[in-house]
Design a binder for this molecule. Sequence first.
Ligand code: PNS
Length: 176
Amino acid sequence: MKDGKKTMAVYPGSFDPITNGHLDIIARGLTVFDEVVIAILVNPDKEPIFSVEERYDIIRETYAGDARVRVDTFSGLLVDYAEKVGASVIVRGLRAISDFEYEFQMALMNRRLNPRIETVFMMPAEGYSYLSSRLVKEVFTLGGHIHDLVPAVVERRLREKYGAPQGAEPSRRDGT
Ligand code: PNS
């Protein structure tokens, strides 16, 4: 709360799919800001596994009942979207040095485009530092376990879309 006004941050991304690493950043964002708007980029150039509508539904379900988290979609410039919804902060997660260059470029470009919007970086829990949507997709389609990496709704939707890949069921010691 600042000057009696709620503070709002935009957390933009592709979220294809949302992972527990994203959830970690959103939880951290909520310790600093009153409200976080998860803004899904509508990007016609990319071939996603989940459509924008599906990603929207997945995130809505993940945060059902949490009035501090809003879900939305956007196209065009991120800073224009942030300005439109009344947010003065963009939150991005920084997992590793490898993220830094791209994020640094985006943050400075966004500042150049609109100096009133500040980018805030947050570091996820160490356990998520290797986690990405791309790896989740790869691990799932190759039959690996993604149980602890994504919200339950994502795993369910992936199974509905692709079926349970071989080896995706946790094996039990007695072989059943
Ligand atoms: O999850 P991602 O794919 O790393 O998110 C990237 C995103 C959505 C933050 C970025 O592509 C973006 O902001 N796109 C909107 C277009 C824009 O504003 N471009 C100029 C800023 S560099």
